[in-house]
Unconditional design. Structure first.
Length: 124
């Protein structure tokens, strides 16, 4: 068990996921569900609080940031960092935002809630 097995179960294809909001949101829900402590433990992977990454026993790292976010890939255009059309815009801009809560406290549940809410709105 490792980052590789974690990615196989919880990450999938970023390129495919970034093709639509619905696919990107589902990809995000899958990834963030993988960041629940019990799912990290199952793959012998851990999150170091305060860091935007997870790692395994061989020190392989996986960045949990804009480079691994299908929505960020979809909405960052021509090298700019403009996310204003993103369905979860502002998820990482405040101290109590879902991304910051995960990074600093290890709790992915707020981000899962935000992603599920946005998915529900897009699927109407």
């Amino acid at each position: 068990m490792s980052i590789a097995t974690w990615k196989k179960e919880f990450y999938g294809s970023l390129k495919e996921a970034s093709k639509s909001d619905v696919k990107a949101l589902k990809h995000g829900i899958r990834k963030w569900t993988g960041l629940l402590p019990e799912n990290l433990k199952k793959h012998y992977v851990w999150h170091e609080l305060g860091e935007a990454r997870i790692r395994d026993n061989s020190s392989i790292l996986f960045s949990v940031s804009g480079v691994s976010c299908a929505l960020c890939i979809k909405y960052v255009t021509r090298g700019t960092r403009s996310h204003s059309d993103c369905p979860i815009f502002k998820c990482d801009t405040e101290d109590d935002s879902p991304w910051v809560v995960w990074k600093n406290r290890g709790n992915p549940r707020p981000m899962i809630r935000v992603l599920k809410k946005a998915l529900k709105e897009r699927e109407k």
